[in-house]
Design a protein around this ligand. Structure first.
Ligand code: NAP
Ligand code: BGC
Ligand code: ZN
Length: 356
């Protein structure tokens, strides 16, 4: 079967041939339909994040998959079920995080991430997965099922951030998303359903397809070249919630100053080493004197995937149409990895879905 992989000696992803996998006991064989591409994939390809499976010369890419069950192999799934796989797997035998259904809370070293670190991903014509890591989705979500994983990332981050505000009466009205990539825009659309006023920060000139989505949502565009994150309170308003999805490390510390009293920041980006001079006293004081919080959030698990399928149904159709800028067959996969200002979200299609 065909797979899309990066090899140790070659920074560009290529199509390789691999044997079709055989499901072990408790595993399901899935025919891959579509696999999305995100900022993390670009970081993995660039060698800035993730790592190869032990002893292997390549890593099959892809962690945002949707597929159809080909062989349920004695599990509770049926042939033709549409499924989305979670990302983390136990590294070498199980551990307490996986046993209690919280692999997303495991520390580094206590997990592999398929397509990212230590385990092959889903960009192949077939993949196998233990049944417990597959989430069934309704048939009508099949074409956009690859968005369930990224939406689940935000579901988890919101859960962690809101938990930190659960001990008192918190009635948030304003939210700021940092970053106009696919994660930022999906999150903006999710927050737009709940907040009175939403803002999104980028660094581009109009006309731009991401700013058009902000306009259509009724969100306010914040240009970071004119208004730095720590100037947002003054230029616009203090934010009850900030969601960082730029991966630009200074935003983490600047965002404390964008918050209203009692507000919370969720950090999602995975930056490399970054030196940045800032007033640590002012940040410390702000957090204490205004009961502010900052949480980091990574990965997601079955509960978040299930919430994400509900969210996918609730998001406006026009938004999803505008967000997904290209679906490419394997032979044309390079287009799915183009990263310029015309591209928002892409996916590689491995096989077409035939409705039951
Ligand atoms: P992406 O497509 O690379 O989006 C990042 C966006 O941030 C881009 O649109 C970029 O603008 C913008 N940006 C970067 N620096 C900026 C700055 N200084 N000022 C204004 N805008 C800036 O990535 P993504 O897939 O949406 O993901 C966003 C981040 O979340 C990435 O760092 C990714 O690794 C991380 N992530 C984390 C998790 C998790 O579980 N924690 C899950 C998924 C993704 P331009 O395009 O104009 O450069
Ligand atoms: C994936 C997560 C993963 C994170 C860190 C994200 O792009 O969606 O599942 O935990 O990267 O590797
Ligand atoms: Zn991702």
């Amino acid at each position: 079967m065909k797979a899309i992989a990066v090899r140790r000696e070659d920074p560009e992803p290529v199509v390789i041939e691999k044997p079709r996998p055989d499901p072990d006991v408790g595993e399901v064989l899935v025919r891959t339909l579509r696999v999305g591409v995100d900022g993390t994939d670009h970081e993995v390809i660039a060698g800035g994040h993730g790592g190869f499976p032990a002893g292997e010369d390549h890593l099959v890419l892809g962690h945002e998959a949707v597929g159809v069950v080909e062989d349920p192999n004695g599990t509770d799934f049926a042939v033709g079920d549409v499924v989305v796989p979670t990302v983390r797997r136990p590294p070498n035998g199980t551990n307490a995080y996986f046993e209690r259904g919280e692999p997303d809370m495991a520390p580094e070293g206590a997990y592999h991430e398929r397509g990212i670190v230590g385990a092959h991903g889903y960009m192949s014509e077939y993949f196998t997965s233990p049944a417990e890591y597959l989430v069934r989705i309704p048939d009508h979500q099949t074409p956009l099922g690859f968005l369930v994983e990224p939406i689940s990332i935000t579901e988890k981050a919101l859960e962690l951030a809101y938990a930190s505000r659960s001990s008192f009466e918190w009635d948030p009205e304003s939210a700021l998303v940092l970053g106009n990539g696919a994660l930022g825009l999906l999150t903006l659309a999710m927050l737009d359903r709940v907040y009175d006023r939403v803002y999104c920060l980028g660094r581009r000139d109009r006309p731009d397809p991401t700013i058009e989505i902000m306009d259509e949502l009724g969100a306010t565009y914040v240009d970071s070249r004119r208004t730095p994150v720590d100037g947002v309170s003054e230029a616009f308003e203090p934010m009850d919630f900030v969601f960082e999805a730029t991966g630009y490390a200074p935003h983490a510390v600047q965002s404390i100053h964008a918050l209203a009293p009692n507000g919370v920041v969720a950090l999602l980006g995975v930056p490399g080493p970054t030196e940045y001079e800032f007033d640590v006293g002012a940040m410390h004081g702000e957090m204490v004197l205004h009961n502010k919080a900052m949480v980091g959030s990574v990965n997601s698990h079955v509960r978040h995937f299930e919430a994400a399928t509900d969210t996918l149904d609730a998001l406006p159709e026009w938004l999803l149409d505008d967000l997904v800028t290209g679906i490419y067959p394997v032979d044309d996969f390079r287009n799915a990895f183009v990263d310029d200002n015309t591209v928002i979200k892409t996916a590689v299609e491995f096989s077409a879905y035939e409705e039951r």
